[in-house]
Design a protein around this ligand. Sequence first.
Ligand SMILES: [Zn+2]
Ligand SMILES: [Zn+2]
Length: 410
Amino acid sequence: MKATFLGGASKVGSLAMIMEVDGLRLLFEYGMTPSKPPEYPLPLREPVDALFLTHAHLDHSGMLPQVISDYQIPYATSPLTNELIDILLEDSLKVSKYEGFPQKFSTHDIKIMKEYYNPIRDGESIIVEDVEIKALSAGHIPGSLMYMVDNDKKILFTGDINTINTHLVNGTRAPRCDTLIIESTYAGREHELREKTIYRFLGKVEEVVDRGGVAIVPAFGLGRTQELLLILQRSGYRIWVDGMGKRISSIFLKNPAEVKNTKKLRHALAEAHMIRNPKQRRKALKGDVILTTSGMLDGGPVIEYIMKLKDNPKNAILLTGYQVENTNGRRLLETGTIELAGVEEKINMDVEFFDFSAHAGHSQLVRFIEESRAERVILMHGDNREELKEAVDDGSREIILPDEGNPIEL
Ligand SMILES: [Zn+2]
Ligand SMILES: [Zn+2]
């Protein structure tokens, strides 16, 4: 077996890996990093037999239309992921156009790509020339899968994983395998217990609303918005939902086989107020909670709300996910300001961070590695892999930290 990372081995972002088994060439993910400027994996130089996509996030899926329309590659992913990527890819095209970065593919390429789709679900397999590739739930976001390549030896490619249960998806468990290729996003970092985060979050919302303020909750539209809606349900507050989360929610409702609690979600959505016009947007400014994209304050309706509410310290911004470097969210946490079109804006609001991550934390990754009993572990998709290596390096297994572009022979 040979594995070559075209991207995303030594950092979180633009993941792509070629696996060669028995003369077969399989591509796992072909993502992009939506930074400024965006980052892409190394180009694919030779055709591959098939592409497997674990989930819809752009750092895994963002360049699929380009590589699939160029090489006409059949690809497999869950039916839900296949619907979600339409929204994410179109949005990413819009963003790069708006920001003036080159377009790597067109809406036409997205359409062409769809003709090469093969559905695969949790527990199902696809056979490519005698090699079996089995899908297993990854517990990360609805529709997310891991792939087990079974060819005398079992090789697991995890994509992004989570091992705790959330409202939308159950946590995954490690299957037995010989070689484990595992994400390391949270290597060296632990999460607070989820129940505690929920308790703190609801307490903070109560505090803000009780003092007469409005709580702006920036959240990724895919998964986080719906998770928070379910957390906030029955709180009795007026919840406004704006941004991409609205469209994603209706896709979730259409796919109850791949989303836990769609009944509850339907209720929560019916009780919340969906924002569809400027009049509703003005109403939302009166409270109580505004749930909107983007999660890192880099565009989306959230900016408009912040600009209207920024001068009243009774109001709050409750960040609900990790804030990547060079984003407005990180800037807000570190300096109390955001930057809009080159202008620095002082934000005179209460700001707090809550870790609602959809990734396994450090100890959870360690346990996953141990439970897989893999004799060889490849750590990918992390910028702090050494700490995870140290934690699992007890002499009982081989640990490899690949970099981009250099094949590893196994
Ligand atoms: Zn992800
Ligand atoms: Zn990822």
